[in-house]
Design a protein around this ligand. Sequence first.
Ligand code: SF4
Length: 76
Amino acid sequence: TYIVTDNCIACKYTDCVEVCPVDCFYEGENMLVIHPDECIDCGVCEPECPAEAIKPDTESGLDHWLEVNTKFASVW
Ligand code: SF4
């Protein structure tokens, strides 16, 4: 899955939402999140993010942000 990280906070762009083929972006508390079970790992959103907030979960150190994405995506 891909994960939205802190660079997204206060970002007003939604380029990522527009390109996602499976609509797995959701509103978090103060940022967007990706639903980890719905993301098909296509990677299309990553280069579209002007804040470089979207990272693959294969990158290290993202455990906290994976939790945030899971928590806020699951309430919808
Ligand atoms: Fe959507 Fe693809 Fe990004 Fe996953 S990697 S959030 S499926 S655009």
